[in-house]
Design a protein around this ligand. Sequence first.
Ligand code: 5AD
Ligand code: SF4
Length: 461
Amino acid sequence: MAKKRLHIKTYGCQMNVYDSARMADVLAPLGYEATDVPDDADLVILNTCHIREKAAEKVYSEVGRLRLLKEEKARTGGRMLVAVGGCVAQAQGEEMMRRAPTIDLVFGPQAYQDLPDLLGRATRELMETGRSHVVAVDLAVDEKFDRLPEMAAAQGYSAFLTIQEGCDKFCSFCVVPYTRGAEYSRPVPDIIAEARRMVDQGTVEITLLGQNVNAWHGDDGTGAAAGLGELMRRLAEIDGLERIRYTTSHPRDVDADLIAAHRDVPKIMPFLHLPVQSGSDRILKAMNRRHNAARYHEIIASLRDARPDLALSSDFIVGYPGETDADFEATMDLVRQVGFASAYSFKYSPRPGTPAADLDEQVPEDVKSLRLAALQEELLRQQEAFNTATVGQILPVLLERDGRHPGQLVGRSPFMQAVSVDAGSAAGHLKGTIRNVEIAAVLSNSLRGRLVEPVNLVAAQ
Ligand code: 5AD
Ligand code: SF4
């Protein structure tokens, strides 16, 4: 079979990273091999994100750049297909092709198992009419997982595994329920089988993914209902799987068993991303979040009780329509009370089709900017304090990849901190293992550490 070059550019969340890997799996039987650059690719896929306006706009600038490469390729008698997948594709569909005729194919997050067919159709249309208008934006999630091939390529020492997709929560600012569809949980046997395959191929750490990952529910094997806590207990039994993480959780779906799992299962890492969005009950209600600040504090207290070293991360939106200075202060109070190891914060971005986009009381851009700056200053201060507190500690670090300098390896602490160590000539042997590292210093985006075990090269070989 003739080899073809495939370039996938991934935007947005970790689920898109997982989806991109699965798209490559789907296309491998057609002879497509991944390439890091779009130049000269036979097929370019942009796997897009629609969560905020900025993220969505990036796609069109990239399509503009691809137009030149596509024209160049056509001049030399070749052909480059440009496909847009992911959440912008789902939200805008055919409209994308009207705005950017360079695009040959638009497909949503629940349609990529059909890529071979869709590409065949696009190619035929191109040959017959010189233009392709193939659009696939069906939203039935369960079909996708049933029809995806087994994961082909090794996913790396730390890998993502989607266990849940879609969202039924309908937070008033969010496009996800419209772009990813209704909540869907993959069955236990599929998840266990996929995790085992990953571990057989060298994966040491798995991050379970879902838009609402802790809304995952399944069958415990006896027909009784099981939740995420139970699923992680089952996954923890896999030999060779050393670390389990999950993201993104919703406070509403944190149940007692999930909290207990943090206490009982050492393989679950002591780091949790639990978005709160705002500290103001009035705004949380307007956002349709279905939890208030007090409930968030309660959950954090129970989790910390179960796992005292648990580090926390969150998402925040400032400038939601109607947010007053007092509402914003409530967010700052919550941040000061909880103490986060890291966090993401965003200015509210109106998304077409979501209820909040049509509200009258939009907050002016300059107010949003001031609030975001104040919030980020506090979050950064907390992050630095958290990192500084780990200096002098010995932490197990999963050494995932080469660093910038020869002999350097970079990995993650249990708390998701990036840590670099100098492994010298042992680097090749230590890559992919978890090692004790003494944290020596806080750098701008990472920590510097020192391997504390005597590294016995002969034993490592
Ligand atoms: N504007 C700004 N931020 C948003 N998010 C989701 N929708 C919007 C929006 N319309 C943020 C939320 C969510 C994260 C993934 O993105 O904080 O948790
Ligand atoms: Fe969006 Fe809310 Fe669903 Fe998260 S829970 S994906 S913020 S609608």
